[in-house]
Write a new protein. Structure first.
Length: 121
């Protein structure tokens, strides 16, 4: 069983890293899997519809990348959190936890910026 100090470091590192990894996953289009809910299909990786004869087919079977982006960010954040939790406490005590809120706030601004093209004409 983990003591509370490594678990505390894991939680803060996971939360902070998730926000950063999510922005990277959205910006680089790195989805662990793609979901086509109308067809009931889940495919590995980022899959874009490539129908050149009728581009409107993408509306009949829209792809959802959010689940894949969230899974990619969670996997990266879990890896980062476990590494930080396994580090000795004397190595991580110099990181000021008062600035942990800054990473999610900047990530929200970055996600809003990345979604602007979807709302333009």
């Amino acid at each position: 069983m983990m003591s509370s100090a490594p678990l505390h470091r894991l939680a803060f590192a996971f939360g902070t890293a998730f926000a950063v990894f999510y922005v990277i996953a959205v910006a680089k289009d790195l989805a662990l899997f793609t979901v086509f809910p109308s067809l009931g299909i889940v495919l590995a990786g980022t899959q874009h519809t490539n129908d050149v004869t009728d581009p409107a087919m993408g509306f009949l079977a829209p792809a959802m990348y959010w689940y894949g982006w969230a899974a990619t960010a969670a996997l990266g954040a879990l890896t980062f959190g476990v590494v930080v939790a396994l580090l000795p406490g004397r190595w991580t005590r110099y990181f000021w936890p008062g600035l942990v809120w800054l990473f999610p706030a900047l990530s929200m601004i970055a996600c809003a910026y990345l979604t602007l093209p979807w709302f333009r004409l």
